[in-house]
Design a protein around this ligand. Structure first.
Ligand SMILES: C[S@@+](CC[C@H](N)C(=O)[O-])C[C@H]1O[C@@H](n2cnc3c(N)ncnc32)[C@H](O)[C@@H]1O
Length: 194
């Protein structure tokens, strides 16, 4: 797959081999990602990286949804979108006034047409954003980075994931960040809604 690689909100960490984009500084391209359309053609991108960026974008939910529509438009089928965010129960999330919302695996599931059809079949209340917006992203990988606090409580190097997720669902500051990988599904899998 020979498309563009975009490092969106590159800040002070540009990546070689990527088009580094930010609204500040001296990236390869200065662009406000809340301004549409984005300056790339349909199906031209094979990889997007958003490292500690998505939680800064789209305070207005309509702008947030437009960002997903633009990512879908510019990506080709099979493209990946790597999203790393601070965990919503960590002080790193609360400490930055430019964080506009928590991003969780469940946030990203809303953009999967396969799961949207399951919501509909199960009469769940989740909003089927994939079907509503005509986008389709599958969450193919989720990793949880334990914090320093976790390792102080549990110094053994082998992390018990079940315990991390259970205790991390109750207590603050045990999980530092969530690393998620979306894959773009084109054509959308949910064209026919039952
Ligand atoms: C926390 S920094 C992360 C920087 C970089 N990705 C890294 O890993 O070090 C967030 C970056 O997103 C950029 N950013 C925030 N809102 C943006 C927008 N609307 N358009 C473009 N860049 C934006 C900021 O300027 C900042 O450089």
């Amino acid at each position: 797959m020979d498309g563009l690689r975009l490092n969106l909100g590159s800040g002070m960490n540009p990546r070689p081999g990527y088009v580094n984009v930010d609204r500040f500084g001296t990236p390869d391209l200065r662009h406000d990602l809340e301004t549409f359309p984005w300056p790339w053609t349909d199906d031209s991108v094979q990889e997007i990286v958003l490292n500690h960026v998505l939680e800064h974008l789209g305070q207005d939910p309509n702008v947030f949804l437009e960002i997903f529509k633009e990512m879908y438009r510019v990506c080709r089928g099979g493209a990946t979108v790597q999203i790393v965010v601070p965990h919503f129960r960590h002080d790193y999330f609360y400490g930055d006034p430019t964080h506009v919302r928590a991003i969780t695996p469940n946030t990203l599931h809303l953009f999967s047409q396969r799961l949207n059809r399951e919501f509909i079949r199960g009469q769940f209340a989740n909003t089927p954003l994939g079907l509503y917006l005509g986008v389709d992203f599958e969450l193919i990988e989720t990793r949880f980075k334990p914090s320093e606090t976790w390792f102080r409580l549990h110094p053994e190097p082998q992390v018990d994931l079940e315990k991390l997720l259970f205790q991390g669902s109750i207590y603050n500051n045990l999980i530092e960040e969530i690393q998620m990988m979306l894959q773009v599904v084109k054509p959308p899998s949910g064209a026919a809604v039952p």
